[in-house]
Write a protein that binds this ligand. Structure first.
Ligand code: ADP
Length: 479
């Protein structure tokens, strides 16, 4: 918990809620600053630039149409462009006499001709490219005007002149109106943004807050915690992941408890026996050599059992920790199987067990001989433990194109379908097990761990009442 609270970076001290709200407000502020800047401060410049563009484009369009020679289209364009763009347009012939005019404002500078020849005509002639683009003040209205003019040509012959007057209305009054409107909009929108961002921030952080609270419960060991990630996809995914982690943690927790319970139970039984028989020797049978030997035998066999259990536990924990590496070597599998079966000979003779071995041709395999030996040993050991009254066990070696299949079959009661999944688990034992050979409940877990390390396939075929066949396949290693 202390670690959770120790926040390293300064940024991590600010709650998500506040951050979302802050970024949202910042965004709104930027939007409004831009709006104010462009609408209020640059409006005049924008407006002028727009008028200049319009005047210049209109001039180009009209002279182009003139050059195409379509007079009707030419006059129609003048009327339309003049009205649409609020421009006064005049067309003069080559001597400066008016041929066509379209006026939208009464007080334009094109009216200022005091002689027959329009003054602008002289200016156009004087320019190198025969075009004028000027800004002039109209002394009567006080407004600035854009005066644009050019020659109208047919090929290279000048046939007339085109004059355009665009008025530049001061935008001060408009700016005032916009300012007021903007002010109202700004206040309303900032208020709305404030409320909306608060709401949004709460919606985003709520699932995370709830998941955090639930995680704290999980951290304290409550494996029934529900993670609620409703709201949006990321929160849902986080909640699902935590639910999965919780399930896994709970499994590990149960396994750990079972393990401790099983281990302590398995250790306690032989220890109790050891103590009981040692006390019996001290108090009762110490002087009776026959009884004493009988009791000592029990003490020895219980000690063996304890040693076996502890060894198995150590083996398994080493295998599962991943610290143990395989030490593969080449060896003949038939020889190895014979060798292991021989080790059961004493037991077979004593208790009447019959181990039948059906070998295939000797084949060299490449794997960890010590660990594979343990697998085979455990499987035969189990087969003897669980085989039927006829006490028969069958071991088979079947060479296959890509490896060697080893099978160990018994004629016992078989294993129920739903138990097959469990028998390879640590400490799983059927209730009705009988023991002539000592078992620890770890044998198959060791088998599984070793075969998994080798990446070998393994499994069980079992028919209730008829027996089981445990198998694994030593694969060929491509070298
Ligand atoms: P142990 O034999 O010491 O109980 P194992 O891990 O070797 O532990 O086996 C786990 C369980 O699997 C056994 O308790 C038994 O129920 C079942 N089992 C193993 N081998 C056989 C078999 N050949 N036939 C029937 N059941 C078996």
């Amino acid at each position: 918990m202390k670690q959770i609270k120790r926040l390293k970076h300064a940024g991590t001290r600010i709650p998500l809620k506040f951050k979302v709200w802050m970024y949202f407000m910042l965004f709104i502020l930027i939007v409004f600053s831009l709006l104010w800047l462009f609408q209020i401060f640059f409006l005049q410049t924008f407006y002028e630039r727009m008028r200049i563009n319009t005047a210049s484009e209109t001039m180009n369009k009209i002279s182009e149409i003139y050059e195409s020679g379509d007079k009707e289209k030419f006059y129609a364009a003048i009327n339309k462009l003049s009205k649409d763009n609020d421009l006064c347009i005049e067309v003069l012939d080559r001597y400066g006499r008016e041929v066509k005019s379209a006026h939208v404002i009464g007080d334009c500078l094109l009216h200022d001709k005091h002689s027959n020849i329009h003054p602008f005509v002289e200016w156009i002639d004087a320019e190198e490219n025969n075009t004028i683009k000027q800004k002039k003040n109209n002394p009567r209205s006080g407004y600035d005007m854009l005066i644009y003019g050019c020659t109208l040509k047919n090929g290279s012959t000048v046939e007339g002149y085109l004059l355009i007057n665009a008025v530049l209305v001061p935008v001060g009054a408009t700016v005032d109106i916009i300012k007021r409107q903007l002010m109202i909009i700004t206040v309303i929108l900032i208020f709305m943004a404030f409320i909306l961002s608060l709401y949004l921030a709460k919606r985003i952080s709520a699932p995370i807050d709830s998941i955090t609270k639930a995680s704290e419960k999980l951290a304290k060991g409550d494996f029934n915690t529900k993670f609620d990630g409703r709201g949006y996809l990321e929160a849902k995914k986080l909640a699902d992941t935590l639910t999965y982690a919780e399930k896994e943690l709970s499994k590990v927790d149960t396994m750990q408890r079972d393990l401790i319970a099983n281990v302590s139970h398995d250790l306690r039984t032989p220890l109790t026996m050891l103590k009981a028989y040692a006390e019996m020797i001290r108090d009762l049978s110490g002087d009776n050599p026959v009884k004493r030997n009988e009791h000592l035998e029990i003490i020895i066999s219980e000690t063996d059992r304890l040693a076996l259990l502890v060894n198995d536990m150590l083996d398994l924990s080493k295998l599962e920790s991943g610290k143990q590496k395989l030490s593969p070597a080449e060896f003949g599998i038939t020889g190895k199987l014979n060798e292991i079966i021989d080790r059961f000979k004493g037991l077979s003779e004593k208790n009447g067990y019959n181990i039948h071995f059906a070998p295939d041709e000797e084949k060299t395999v490449f794997c960890d001989p010590v660990k594979i030996e343990q697998v085979i040993y455990n499987l035969i050991n189990n087969a003897i433990n669980y085989t039927g009254k006829d006490k028969q066990v069958f071991v088979r070696q079947i060479n296959q194109p890509d490896g060697v299949l080893v099978e160990v079959e018994d004629t016992g009661d078989g294993i129920e379908e739903d138990k097959i999944k469990l028998i390879f688990d640590k400490y799983y034992r059927s209730e009705n097990h009988k023991r002539e050979v000592v078992g620890t409940g770890l044998g198959l877990s060791i088998v599984k761990a070793v075969l998994k390390m080798h990446n070998y396939d393994y499994g069980v075929r079992s028919t209730l009442g008829k027996g089981s066949t445990f198998w694994f396949k030593i694969g060929d290693v491509k070298k």
